[in-house]
Write a protein that binds this ligand. Structure first.
Ligand code: GUN
Length: 297
């Protein structure tokens, strides 16, 4: 069997087009421009790339993009003051503080200072609790993107056996909640899970988010399973060149799976598309307007 490739790049483009269309309607009908503020503390090169990309795509969708680049030695007090100002700013509907933060800053404290209604990352403890209890919340972008790809590919997920490999707050845990919400039978596995390969092999849906390059190989995958690879790992390839690989060994897994996301071009592009989707959702909620269809969980 050769797996169908789930084209996240193409799907993300359709999400961005829907967002741009909705932004144009919000402007025409209500004079509203959704605004996203991204806060970057320090000079981590990978974070700088992500933040630049977020700003560019936000503007391309017709939204207001505001970037706050702060020095690596910014005090917690100054960062909390900026967040309070953004919370109070009516032109800003979404606030994202890029993680990781420098060690001297308490990430939990900072994230929980964001107004939950503007928490487009869905990391605030209130949003985590709302998602866990099946209430309306802001949903973390990467798991939301995975859910959209799964629904698009499989239709109903009801009753399917889903295994999430990885238990991070950013991906693994919220992914499990979303799959439960779609009536999957969910197992959260991780690097310490006993008989991990057997657990994964029993899955109809595998979401790999462990952060270990090519850990999940074809012999771990059940025949015909749908495989979503969240990993983005830079490794040394042939001739000393670096290359991007996922947490799944694509070559062997794609011989067994029914469908699989590639890296790059799978889940990656969905994350920022879902950030834009969350920003428009936050803007609609803040103004008592109906939410865009197909852009929320
Ligand atoms: N760093 C890596 N992924 C993310 C994300 O989804 N949101 C934020 N804020 N920081 C990140």
């Amino acid at each position: 069997m050769t797996a169908q490739i789930i084209d996240g790049k193409a799907f993300a483009a359709t999400v961005r087009a829907k967002v741009a269309d909705h932004v144009a309607r919000l402007q025409a009908d209500h004079g509203l421009t959704p605004g996203l503020a991204v806060v970057l503390v320090g000079e981590d090169p990978a974070s700088q790339v992500y933040v630049r990309s977020k700003g560019k795509q936000t503007k391309e969708a017709g939204m207001l993009s505001v970037e706050h680049k702060l020095s690596p030695d910014t005090s917690e007090e100054d960062l909390l003051k900026l967040i309070a100002d953004l919370n109070a700013d009516p032109s800003i509907h979404g606030i994202l503080v890029q993680l990781p933060l420098p060690d001297h800053l308490d990430s939990d404290l900072v994230i929980n200072a964001i107004d939950p209604a503007k928490d487009v990352d869905g990391f605030h403890i209130s949003n985590v609790g709302l998602l866990g209890t099946g209430q309306k919340s802001m949903v973390p972008c990467t798991p939301l993107g995975c859910l959209m790809l799964l629904r698009d590919h499989l239709g109903s997920l009801s009753g399917l056996n889903a295994v999430v490999v990885g238990r991070s707050n950013i991906v693994g845990k919220p992914m499990a909640q979303l799959l439960l919400g779609d009536s999957c039978t969910v197992t959260v596995a991780h690097s310490r899970t006993k008989n991990l390969q057997d657990v994964v092999r029993a899955a109809d849906i595998v979401v790999a988010a462990v952060g270990r390059p090519e850990m999940v190989t074809g012999d771990w995958i059940g025949e015909g399973a749908t495989v979503i690879d969240v990993g983005i790992n830079r490794i040394e390839g042939e001739g000393g060149k670096t290359k991007l690989v996922g947490d799944v060994d694509f070559e062997s897994a794609s011989k067994v799976a029914g469908a699989i996301t590639p890296v790059p071009g799978g889940v990656g592009p969905m994350t920022i598309a879902c950030l834009l989707a969350n920003t428009i959702t936050a803007c609609c909620r803040a103004n008592g307007l109906p939410e865009p269809e197909g852009l929320t969980a």
